[in-house]
Design a protein around this ligand. Structure first.
Ligand code: EPS
Length: 387
């Protein structure tokens, strides 16, 4: 399975085509739109989210509620487009830099300057329109389709915010359904009410100062069989592929699995997960410090992956930069931005990881229809059981 996306943040729409999605998967349209709605929520978002009400239209590959095996075409329209029809027109337009909303002042932390130099663009809008995190909307829609496939095999996806700025949650081990229920009710997607209040206060304080906040988000996927991915080749290691997907999310700077970077501080005896066996459950692990991966393959334990998001780089509190026309220093002016998008980033993380897992699932059990995949899956489970 693969997909590509197209579209600009203030253009008419975002588009994706998914190729290789199997047939006869029931698509719950409400659930796909629910994922988009989840991404729009979260304390710390700016005015743009009041303009958008994201819903996905499926324009190919699904008929009478089920996938047909044909490429799936997804579209999410930008409501804000109506304010940008002239600026974003595909035909040449007359007018000043101001009417074209030309950008000649690269913002530190964004793709603006590097993209302008690389693509030889004198209007940095041609870079920022595509590099914008608005693109994550359509990636969430793609991930939502992957979740519909995973659901057929009882695989559940959840997420939570671990840290915003200097506030970290007090971790609680919860059954996955409870984790989903509690985080869904929290404006910052946490299970810890004390941390929630502190995070909200930290976001308010950053906003007051014209500043922004980053954080750490976690995704947990339960019900994944042993053996997705492979140790035999670097680009088949599923943890490696998930890492690539996570760091590809706009503003993400790092990734870890299980105990992650903490493994550097510990001795080996307190890092690795001991192996047990019982006749009913087969091979099990006493702990899941590896976060569900050994040798680039799933262990059968839940996948636990975290990503770190840097603070949004569009700041009201201006940072110094250089005008690309005059080469003179200036401090950037900002019209609109989010203060903190960490809760939304958690939803994005869940959906991009779900896609990678579904893709690996298709590589392992691949078939053209859900029935064929189910046969392959069940026969593999038998093999594992009798091992
Ligand atoms: C973004 C800047 C803001 C965010 C946008 C991502 O948009 P605007 O420049 O229109 O105010 O609101 O996020 C979304 C629109 C979204 O749907 O998440 C950026 O520069 O990355």
């Amino acid at each position: 399975m693969r997909y590509l996306t197209a579209g600009e943040t203030h253009g008419p729409q975002l588009t994706a085509i998914i190729e290789g999605f199997p047939s006869n998967v029931t698509i719950n349209f409400e659930e796909v739109n629910n994922q988009l709605a989840r991404r729009q929520k979260g304390y710390g978002r700016g005015r743009r989210m009041q303009i958008e009400k994201d819903t996905a239209a499926i324009l190919g590959g699904v008929r009478h509620g089920k996938t047909t095996g044909a490429p799936i075409a997804l579209v999410v329209e930008n409501n804000d487009w109506k304010h940008w029809t002239s600026v974003m027109n595909i035909e040449p337009i007359e007018g000043s830099d101001e009417t074209k909303r030309r950008v000649n002042r690269p913002r530190p932390g964004h793709a603006d300057l590097n993209g302008g130099l690389k693509y030889n663009q004198r209007d940095l809008r041609n870079i920022l329109e595509r590099s914008s995190a608005r693109e994550t909307t359509i990636r969430v829609a793609v991930g939502a389709m992957a979740r519909e496939l995973l659901k057929e095999f009882g695989i559940k996806v959840a997420g939570q915010v671990i840290r915003i700025g200097d506030v970290e949650v007090n971790r609680k081990e919860l059954p996955i359904d409870e984790l989903i229920r509690i985080t869904e009710e929290s404006p910052v997607r946490v299970t810890d009410p004390e941390a929630e209040a502190k995070m909200i206060a930290a976001i308010d304080a950053a906003k007051e100062d014209g500043d922004t906040l980053g954080g750490i988000v976690e995704c947990i996927i339960e019900g994944v069989p042993v053996g997705l991915g492979s140790h035999v080749q670097w680009d088949r290691k599923l943890d490696g592929r998930i890492a690539q997907a996570v760091v590809s999310i706009q503003a993400f700077k790092g990734v870890e699995f299980g105990i992650g970077f903490e493994a550097a501080e510990r001795r080996g005896s307190t890092v690795h997960d001991e192996i047990n066996y019982d006749a009913d459950r087969g091979f099990t692990r006493a702990t899941n410090r590896a976060g569900g991966f050994e040798g680039g393959m799933t262990t059968g334990e839940p996948i636990v992956v975290r990503g770190v998001m840097k603070p949004i780089s569009t700041l009201y509190k201006a940072l110094q930069s250089v005008d690309i026309d005059t080469k003179e220093a200036f401090t950037a002016q900002v019209e609109r931005s989010d203060t903190c998008a960490v809760p939304a980033a958690g939803v994005i993380l869940e959906n991009v990881v779900a896609w990678e897992v579904a893709k690996a699932f298709m590589e392992k059990f691949g078939g053209d229809s859900i029935e064929e995949i189910r046969r392959n899956y069940n026969s593999y489970l038998e093999q594992v059981k009798s091992y």
